[in-house]
Ligand binder design. Structure first.
Ligand SMILES: [Zn+2]
Length: 225
């Protein structure tokens, strides 16, 4: 058996995993469109979309789990006695089944992209109630919009805004992940860079992609062209 074939299959699986992620973003966009269109019949469609995104989350999780197991075994393979190689696929199956059995459906609601879906649909509903307040204090709304579009780390407009679930601040994905990684290498915590924020430990697990904000930025830019 050739192990380069395993590597190729693995990278195929990883790109498949990415595609599932992209599809989940698309589902969220469709749901936000639906909410924005103010269709009275949309609640059952939203439920269907939510069921679809949960199904995708499960698929993504299974691909991830399977790939991790194969990757791990693949890294150990050189230390195994030759006779063990014949049972490799059985070991993968065994470990995969065990891991799968330990995963719960409820945990899917903690999937980053499922959270992004719920937040996208939830905040897409807000302008309806917030319209009046926005007119009353247009200046504040404008300032807030400006602040929200700019990454506190890069000082430029965000391309992929991530929201911190703990303090509700936004950062651009690339910048925040690089900062967290750099600080962790020094064994230090990373404090939220927003002035006055008391969150002294920003961790990746608290960050959720904010597709609603991303779309607002994209729409604003499209209207300025
Ligand atoms: Zn903060």
């Amino acid at each position: 058996m050739s192990f380069s074939a395993v590597q190729a299959a693995l990278s195929g699986l990883r790109s498949c995993q990415e595609d599932v992620g992209t599809n989940m973003d698309m589902l969220t966009y469709v749901a936000m469109d639906l909410v924005e269109s103010h269709e009275t019949e949309h609640s059952s469609s939203l439920e269907t979309l939510q069921a679809m995104i949960l199904e995708s989350a499960e698929l993504e999780r299974e691909i991830n789990c399977f790939s991790n197991i194969v990757e791990h075994l693949n890294s150990e393979v050189s230390q195994l006695p030759p006779e063990a190689l014949f049972s490799l696929s059985d070991r993968v199956k065994e470990q995969y089944e065990a891991k799968r059995a330990s995963l719960s459906k409820a945990e899917l609601h903690n999937h980053q992209k499922v959270i992004a879906f719920k937040e996208g649909v939830g905040s897409a509903l807000q302008p309806e109630n917030g319209e009046e307040a926005e007119n009353q204090d247009e200046d504040i709304a404008v300032t807030q919009r400006f602040v929200n579009f700019t990454c506190p780390l890069t000082q430029v407009e965000m391309e992929n805004p991530m929201k911190n679930k703990v303090c509700n601040h936004h950062y651009d994905e690339g910048a925040i992940l690089a900062m967290i990684k750099a600080r962790h290498k020094q064994h230090k915590k990373f404090r939220c860079p927003v002035v006055g924020c008391g969150n002294i430990n920003v961790i990746q697990a608290d960050l959720v992609p904010d597709l609603f904000l991303k779309r607002r930025i994209q729409k604003r830019n499209a209207s300025q062209v």
